[in-house]
Write a protein that binds this ligand. Structure first.
Ligand code: MG
Length: 202
């Protein structure tokens, strides 16, 4: 199982971190060991600035390579909301040095996924509302209509380089409003007002 992530896919978020508008999807990966297996996220000792990035996550339902955009929707079997946890201090250091991001993005438990829902439940995946509550306060909200690269194009693009396999996940980017998490925080993720994850920062 592979986990793909798209960076800078919402313009307002790219700008809040001082990044230029991408001209092609920014793709990075997390290993299977990045998946958080329960509802407790322990702040890692190597960072002083772990950020939440709330994102819609797609699950791939069948294998494919070099997928044409017009057929890409057939490869999305399920959808949920998740968090791409990011060690922002390490990432800033990597970016400043022009180095890869893996230690900042792909560490153990950095990939949170909620309960998956069948993609068929939604008439338009490119018009999904999602939001994050921290300690019952709304901290981040988004709608997938606002992405720079739509899901069909994203799947087509990724599959030029990597064979997509059943069970692979794609984190589709975060809207604006990212920020730090702290010990004791209670995070709840919603897709269209249905709560799909509930976790505690420890
Ligand atoms: Mg992200």
């Amino acid at each position: 199982m592979k986990i793909f992530c798209i960076g800078r896919n919402y313009l307002a978020h790219a700008k809040e971190l001082g990044n230029a508008t991408p001209t092609a999807p920014v793709v990075f990966m997390k290993p299977a060991t990045a998946l958080l297996k329960d509802n407790n996220f322990f702040l890692p000792s190597f960072s002083n600035n772990i950020h939440y990035e709330t994102e819609i996550v797609l699950k791939i339902g069948k294998n494919g390579k070099a997928i044409e955009p017009q057929f890409a929707h057939r490869y999305i079997s399920e959808v949920t909301v998740g968090i791409d946890f990011t060690a922002r201090d390490l990432q800033d250091d990597c970016k400043a040095k022009g180095l890869p991001w893996e230690i900042a993005k792909s560490f153990d438990n950095s990939a949170v996924v909620g309960e998956f829902m069948a993609a068929d439940n939604f008439s338009d995946l490119q018009n999904l509302n999602f939001h994050l509550l921290i300690n019952s306060e709304q901290k981040q909200t988004g709608n997938t209509a606002n992405v720079i690269f739509k899901f069909d194009y994203m799947i087509s693009y990724i599959s030029q380089f990597f064979t997509l396999q059943q069970g692979d996940l794609i984190f589709t980017g975060t809207p604006q409003g990212v920020g730090a998490v702290h010990i004791g925080d209670h995070l709840e993720g919603f897709l269209e007002n249905k709560k799909l994850f509930d976790l505690q920062v420890k």
